[in-house]
Design a protein around this ligand. Structure first.
Ligand code: NDP
Ligand code: DXP
Ligand code: MN
Length: 379
């Protein structure tokens, strides 16, 4: 029996994690679920998966659902609620499926409590990767990647010697506007940007895919997860999203992981590693796919990717500033306040004014995150 808790159970990754649980009801027990504002869906999940503990975004939301919860279910709220679900109870693995660096405190709390982490919330590693990996190492906690590219690389590295790795290559679909030139990006709408060609995901990551910020976050995530220098991490455009990523070894062999684009596969592998179980995902027929295509990454077309990698190389608080500026700019774009191309300009302007601090502690990261958000909100 595997006991899990999910932070962000009502989102895209959270609901797909529960799909995996539903496929193997005898093998999983759900200890805790943390949602934000979608209390109706949370209540449905409570009825179906019978967690012992739940949390919602605010006290008001908690008051709304208190009387509808079965007797004995513990109810929490706010950031303390997230920490309670992450570190209290008796889960073996906590799936971090919150969106944004709001997930940092609860991820650290889960690690501190000795829980293994099924890590979807990439912003946590982008903003404070050195602290998260150091704590996980000290506590003997596994950081099991859920992000499809990182799960692919993790699978390709299985049983290999790290000294034999020449490079890793993260594939990128190109997002909603992969066939647009920069001129065409001036007038795109929120609706257009939310139409990802291959994956159905939450709104924030779908916009990040369109700006290529997602790939930038993933390069930084890979740097921390696999302890690789940036010069060994490549990005390649692969519009079909069938090869999820690959590793090249020093003998020139390449090992890649392929599959239909279905997040339930990497989610399940993070929960069953090192075993493989039956999955709800459909089988890949390469004969039907017929051709796979690749393009060199164009850093002028996607300047936000270059900025993210430069921040990763600079280290310190640069990645925190990058991530915070992006989170605010994306939220503003989604609210219709700014045009699409303004997202990368805002990130750039925040970075121009950023005063980098090397090897930051948690408090320095918190302050940098706050200041970058405040600036990005006013630009
Ligand atoms: N979706 C995907 O396929 C993939 C996602 N990822 C990463 O996984 C993470 C989650 O993405 P995704 O599932 O798409 O995001 P969604 O927006 O679909 O879901 C986010 C979840 O977080 C909850 N949430 C948000 N803010 C808070 C808060 N302040 N307190 C408590 N809960 C909160 C939401 O609750 P509610 O809805 O109830 O308000 C929801 O359950 C991101 O870091 C993303 O980059 C990585 C690879 C693929
Ligand atoms: C499914 C997943 O892991 C996403 O992060 C995905 O990578 C988004 O696709 P692109 O960023 O390649 O468009
Ligand atoms: Mn990904």
């Amino acid at each position: 029996m595997k006991r899990i808790s999910i932070l962000g159970s009502t989102g895209s990754i959270g609901t797909q994690t529960l799909d995996v649980v539903a496929m193997h009801p005898e093998e999983f027990e759900v200890d805790g679920l943390a949602a934000g504002n979608n209390t109706a869906l949370l209540l449905e999940q409570v009825r179906r998966f019978k967690p012992r503990r739940v949390s919602v975004s605010t006290k008001e939301r908690a008051d709304e659902i208190r009387s509808s919860l079965p007797a004995g279910v513990e109810l929490y709220s706010g950031s303390e609620g997230l920490v309670e679900i992450a570190a209290g109870g008796n889960a073996d693995t906590v799936v971090t499926a919150l969106v944004g660096s709001v997930g940092l405190q609860s991820t650290l709390a889960a690690i501190e409590a000795g829980r293994h982490i099924g890590l979807a919330n990439k912003e946590t590693l982008v903003t404070a990767g050195h602290l998260v990996t150091e704590l996980a190492g000290r506590k003997g906690v596994k950081l099991l990647p859920v992000d499809s590219e990182h799960s692919a690389i993790f699978q390709c590295l299985n049983g290999e010697n790290r000294e034999d790795v020449a490079s890793i290559t993260i594939t990128a679909s190109g997002g909603s506007f992969r066939d647009y030139g920069r001129e065409q990006l001036k007038d795109v709408t929120v609706e257009d940007a939310l139409r990802h060609p291959n994956w159905s995901m939450g709104a924030k990551i779908t916009i990040d895919s369109a700006t290529m910020v997602n790939k930038g976050l993933e390069v930084i995530e890979a740097h921390h997860l696999f302890a690789l220098p940036y010069e060994q991490i490549n990005v390649l455009l692969h519009p079909e999203s069938i090869i999820h990523s690959y590793v090249e070894f020093r003998d020139s062999s390449i090992i890649a992981q392929l599959g239909t684009p279905d997040m339930r596969v990497p989610i399940q592998y993070a929960l069953t590693y090192p075993d493989r179980w039956q999955s709800p995902a459909s089988r890949l027929s390469l004969a039907q796919v017929a051709s796979l295509t690749f393009r060199e990454m164009d850093y002028e077309r996607y300047p936000a990717l270059r900025m993210a990698i430069d921040c990763g190389i600079a280290g310190g608080t640069a990645t925190t500033a990058f991530n915070a500026a992006n989170e605010i700019a994306v939220a503003r774009f989604l609210r219709g306040e700014i045009p699409f191309l303004r997202i990368e300009e805002i990130i750039d302007e925040v970075l121009q004014r950023h005063d980098n601090a090397a090897n930051p502690n948690l408090e320095q990261i918190r302050l940098c995150d706050l200041a970058s958000r405040e600036l990005a909100a006013t630009l």
